[in-house]
Each structure stands twice: as structure tokens, then as C-alpha cells.
Design a protein around this ligand. Structure first.
Ligand SMILES: NC(=O)c1ccc[n+]([C@@H]2O[C@H](COP(=O)([O-])OP(=O)(O)OC[C@H]3O[C@@H](n4cnc5c(N)ncnc54)[C@H](O)[C@@H]3O)[C@@H](O)[C@H]2O)c1
Ligand SMILES: N[C@@H](CCO)C(=O)O
Ligand code: NA
Length: 440
């Protein structure tokens, strides 16, 4: 098996930085499948070293491969490719820059870093004619980066909508299945190891926003950072939201949305990148994505709608994406080629959230007496927001009114909510969620 019919047979040296969930699986696969990787790459792929925070701990790896000096490891002459699976901004940023500046190719799973520093890292890769690959950074094992960068390189992507955070999807699925409230579902997710003790990055949407920035950059050939992404998390989603969503044959998902907006009059283009919990119809393909799974739907002009589904997290699935990148980078080293680099020529402006056209689904508590509904409807009409459905349940002072709108600028909808809130005790806005995945 190891005798490849092509290639140079000069070994390709690999350094792995970080031996946690992902790193230990990367190392395992690298060692266990060395023969197959050799055959696929056209040269032996040899693990030169693994950077860890502490040595002296038994890790099932030859002790002489372990080092605490990551900075020295990444520039070693016998290292061709650096795999960064430490996470966070520093030291990964400095280590990756140092590796690229030394001509090494880099594979990373680090969405937090990429969401803010892709420009800097991509420029260093370009200057040094090295590869920078990051398939694992968005939706783990699911191929989404390479389809956007390569398979769709000749098409025009108009929209990317994804469920890109497994933790929040697990929590929302549990809320739907068990009628549980957010806190109960979060505790369950923590007990089962799906949510971290400090779940902020996931439940407040920061993780999904970082991934949305990466997806939007690739989809629209524009540098997008996490700060450009409008973000709301799931901590305000209630059992009542699921109940009223069900009445409209919808469910609630945390969506990462990247859209090309075209001004019909001028033809000018902008992009909208946003993360928030939203209702989607149960018949929408993303509605069936439950538990910790991820999925990404891409809409392109010629290709139409594509959907990618699978495991967005976990050591082995994420390592699968890392290894895919590693094989590509290794082949390029063997044949002295390069994969595609950053493409950011379009530099489309980012539209503020207020300009985005969305639909709202609102739960109101109203005093059920003549004129109240007319008063509510009037606040929408004043701001040119058209209502598509109204549903009232119950009577008396605590009647529930659900209002669903047609598409309108987010700013007009937000103003309407504020005006309703200021109405006093006749109307209480209990929750507002957007409705996505519908045309109107
Ligand atoms: N776990 C997943 O499911 C998953 C999925 C997709 C992407 N990722 C990304 O992969 C990366 C790694 O995630 P993980 O889950 O393996 O994290 P982890 O915390 O399990 O592993 C990180 C490891 O790096 C080590 N480390 C910290 N500082 C170090 C240093 N200076 N030198 C050497 N080692 C150091 C830590 O001790 C730890 O063992 C992150 O960027 C994460 O966002 C993870
Ligand atoms: N915390 C992330 C891990 C994968 O990036 C999630 O829940 O999906
Ligand atoms: Na991926």
C-alpha cells in the first residue's frame, strides 16, 4: 500500500499544535492511517512533533514527539505543514504567522481566529506561496469551505443559510421535543456534555457569528469579520415561542444567514450577515436538522439550492476535515503547487441590520376589548408594515395575540415593537422572533 505509484517520496513533515479533542484525533488518524495517507499524497506523511501545554503527562504518544515549545516546532526545517488545533486568538495567530512566514502550509480549525484575522493570515500565505486551509472551522466534518471556494468558484452565490452551532441546535431541539424551557434544556445539554460549563460563546451566538463571517467572506468574495455580523443568541427563546411556532407549522432554529442584497433601482449590491433564532416552516430542509447536527444550505445562481448536512463538531468528525485539508496541502508540497488562496476582490459593503428585509412573528399579550386590535394594527400601518396573519387565543386581560408580518425593513419592524411597548399595559410584547425560509 505504501508504495505509491506517484510522488517524490520525500517525506512531508507535520507538526500538530494542541492535543485536545481535535488534536488527539488528528494524531491518531495520522498514525493509524499512515500507509493510506502516503499512497494518497505520494509521499510519506510523517508526524514530526506535537505541541502541548505540559509534558510529563502520559498521552499515548512517543514522548520525544511532545514539546511545549510550539514556536520552535513550527519553524523546524523538517516541518512542511502545521496543523493548529489549540483554539483562541493567541498564541495561534502568532504561531500561524510564523509558520507561514517560514514557508510552511497551515491547516487550522480555529473559527474565532479566522473570523477576525483571515485577511492578515491570507496575506501571509500569499506572500510566502503557502496554503492556508480551514475546512474544520465551519460545520466540522461537513464540507462547506471547499464547496464554496472551489466547487462553486464559477458560480454566483446569493445566499448561505446554516445551522452551524451544534450546542444551540441540541438545546432548541430538546425544547421542542420536551416542551422544556431554555434553562432546563441548557442544563440537560451540559449534563450530556453538549454544552460547556460556560456556554456563552454558543448560546449567545458568538460561535455561529464567527462561522457566518467565514462563510460570507467566501460566498461573496469580501472580507467579513465577526464585528460585521448582526448577532442575537437563544437565551430569550421560550417554550411559549415553540408553542406559537407550532401553531403556524414552524419550528425555531438559530440561523446563520449570509445574503446578497441587490438594490432593484441601481443594481448596487450589499451583503447582510446575521445570526439569530428564527421561525422556519417545518417543511424547510433546515427544520429537519435536529440534535447536535449542523447543515448549510447554499443558493447559487446556476447551481440552485445545495444542502450540506452532518456532524458539525466532535473530535473525530472535526479531525476528518483537518485530515482532508492536510492531504491537499501535502499533495501541493509534493507537486510544488498551491491551492486557491483568499478571494476578496468584490469587497461588497455590509448592509446595516435596519436595512434588511425580514418578517416578524410576534407574541403579544393584550387586553381583549374593542379597539385594542385596531390600535395594534395601526402601529404597523403607520410604519408601512403589512400584516400577513393574526391569531388570537383566550379572552380578558391576558389574551394572546400572535402577529406575523410580511417582509419589511428591520428598522420599521423594530420601531413598531418599540411603539407597542410604549402603549402601556394594554399591550405587552412578550417575544419577537423573525420568520425565515418563506418568500413573502
Ligand atoms: N471540538 C470540536 O468539536 C471542534 C469543532 C470544530 C472546530 N473546533 C476548533 O478546533 C480547535 C481545538 O478545539 P478542541 O475542542 O480540540 O479544544 P481543546 O480545548 O480540547 O484542545 C486544545 C488543546 O490545546 C492545548 N493548548 C493550549 N494552549 C497551548 C499552547 N500554547 N501550546 C500547545 N497546546 C496548547 C490545550 O491544553 C488543549 O489540550 C478550536 O479552534 C476549536 O474551535 C473544535
Ligand atoms: N461549540 C461548537 C463546536 C463546533 O464548532 C458547536 O456547538 O457547534
Ligand atoms: Na467543515
Amino acid at each position: 500500500m505504501a508504495n505509491s505509484s506517484f510522488g517524490t517520496n520525500r517525506p512531508i513533515g507535520v507538526a500538530v499544535l494542541g492535543l485536545g479533542n481535535v488534536g488527539s484525533e488528528v494524531v491518531r488518524i495520522l498514525l493509524e492511517h499512515a500507509d493510506e495517507l502516503h499512497a494518497r499524497v505520494g509521499a510519506p506523511v510523517v508526524l514530526r512533533g506535537v505541541a502541548v501545554r505540559r509534558t510529563g503527562v502520559e498521552r499515548g504518544i512517543a514522548a520525544d514527539l511532545l514539546t511545549t515549545d510550539a514556536a520552535a516546532l513550527v519553524v523546524r526545517d523538517d516541518v512542511d505543514i502545521v496543523v493548529e488545533v489549540i483554539g483562541g486568538i493567541e498564541p495561534p495567530r502568532a504561531l500561524i504567522l510564523s509558520a507561514l512566514n517560514a514557508g510552511k502550509s497551515v491547516v487550522t480549525a480555529n473559527k474565532a481566529l479566522l473570523a477576525d484575522y483571515t485577511g492578515e493570515l491570507a496575506e501571509a500565505a500569499e506572500r510566502n506561496r503557502a496554503d492556508l486551509y480551514f475546512e474544520a472551522s465551519v460545520a466540522g466534518a461537513i464540507p462547506v469551505i471547499r464547496p464554496l471556494m472551489q466547487s462553486l468558484a464559477g458560480d454566483r452565490v446569493n445566499r448561505v443559510v446554516g445551522i452551524v452551532n451544534g450546542t444551540t441546535n441540541f438545546i432548541l431541539s430538546a425544547m421542542e421535543e420536551t416542551d422544556a424551557d431554555y434553562q432546563v434544556a441548557l442544563s440537560q445539554a451540559q449534563q450530556l456534555g453538549y454544552a460547556e460549563a460556560d456556554p456563552t460563546a454558543d448560546v449567545e451566538g458568538y460561535d455561529a457569528a464567527a462561522k457566518a463571517a467565514i462563510l460570507a467572506s467566501l460566498a461573496f468574495h469580501t472580507r467579513v469579520t465577526a464585528a460585521d455580523v448582526y448577532r442575537e443568541g437563544i437565551t430569550g427563546v421560550s417554550a411559549e415561542d415553540f408553542e406559537t411556532a407550532a401553531a403556524f407549522d414552524c419550528t425555531v432554529k438559530l440561523l446563520a444567514m449570509c445574503e446578497r442584497l441587490v438594490d432593484p433601482a441601481s443594481g448596487n449590491e450589499r451583503i447582510s450577515v446575521r445570526v439569530y433564532p428564527a421561525l422556519i416552516p417545518r417543511k424547510h430542509p433546515l427544520a429537519a436538522v435536529s440534535g447536535a447536527f449542523n447543515a448549510v444550505v447554499v443558493e447559487a445562481e446556476a447551481a440552485g439550492r445545495l444542502m450540506f448536512y452532518g456532524q458539525g463538531a466532535g473530535g473525530a468528525p472535526t479531525a476528518s476535515a483537518v485530515l482532508g485539508d492536510l492531504v491537499m496541502a501535502a499533495r501541493n508540497k509534493v507537486y510544488e503547487g498551491r491551492g486557491p488562496g483568499e478571494s476578496a476582490y468584490a469587497q461588497l459593503p455590509i448592509a446595516p441590520i435596519g436595512d434588511t428585509l425580514v418578517r416578524y412573528h410576534m407574541n403579544l399579550q393584550v387586553d381583549d376589548r374593542p379597539g385594542v386590535l385596531a390600535g395594534v394594527a395601526n402601529e404597523f400601518a403607520k410604519r408601512d408594515v403589512s400584516i400577513s396573519a393574526v391569531r388570537q387565543e383566550g379572552t380578558g386581560k391576558r389574551a394572546r395575540l400572535v402577529v406575523v408580518t410580511h417582509r419589511a425593513p428591520e428598522s420599521a419592524l423594530a420601531d413598531t415593537v418599540q411603539a407597542l411597548n410604549e402603549q402601556g399595559f394594554d399591550v405587552i410584547v412578550r417575544s419577537v422572533l423573525r420568520l425565515e425560509g418563506t418568500e413573502e
